[in-house]
Design a protein around this ligand. Sequence first.
Ligand code: ADP
Ligand code: MG
Length: 308
Amino acid sequence: HEFERDHLQEMELLGNGSFGVVRKMLHRPTMVEMAVKKITLINNGPDDAFNKSMQRFRLEVEATKAASKCDEIVKYYGITFHEGVAWMCMELMDLSLDKLYMIAHDILKVDIPEEILGAVAVATIRALEHLKTTHHIIHRDIKPSNILLDRLGCVKLCDFGICGYLQNSVAQSVDVGCRPYMAPERLAPNAEGYDIKSEVWSLGITMVEVANGKYPYNGFMDAPILEQVRMVVYGDPPILNSDQDFSMSMKAFIAQCTIKDRFLRASFEDLKKTIVFKHYIGDDHKKVVGKFVFEMYDHRLRLPFADF
Ligand code: ADP
Ligand code: MG
């Protein structure tokens, strides 16, 4: 589907990420509301920077397009260019997981239902498996702000800004990703190529963060890089705080994802055999997830965007 910029009516801001702005827009000819990510391509730097930026951009579009067939990945609608900025149009979701848990924890002071964690786990596993088996892509940026939910109870992965192609199951570059969610084997001084097990760690950290209502390594964000590396590589893995009582099987699931030694950590195959995966693979929980997303979304509409 081809898009014309003039057909898109700008609505509210949805996200203000590292690589671009995401805005809700109305596609007037079809009256479909969509999410549009504006990606600015560097074109005034050295050739090398331009090539890198183009390459990353192409990969993001290709990956988003290709992966669209998967129910656990946001749908790609099309792209249009305007004044050197690419506008990537995609399916509109209601909230990202970071905003959902912040509203629940910081504002409404309500617990996150276990169904949210279960649905996030299943969606992430299925999306990553789809990416790996059908496109040989690794996402490399699993974290709450890249997981989207809607009022129907759907959970989907977005943001292929730093994904990479796998060669023999190992992605070549080790220097990309978001440090707070990077596995110990990637942060260690002798870091090897990126393998899919590192994604399991990021999922584990994401789940602990959502359950606890805050990022689990204390003081991480303000610490210098070496201290951050020390916390993850030599410190204890993060654990669930005891305020909220999750089921034994959920606790076990999370503990399997946050094992520091990647050879002992669960693989995606292992996770698919867990009680949690088998329980949340069906549609039974969708109502609970959708209702909770609706409540948080409803509250979000009453807050100024700057609060996030
Ligand atoms: P970045 O590369 O800047 O991290 P993302 O693609 O992750 O960009 O988008 C940033 C934020 O915008 C997300 O965390 C989410 O809050 C919001 N967002 C992105 N895509 C959508 C979408 N399809 N529907 C609703 N919100 C979205
Ligand atoms: Mg993002």
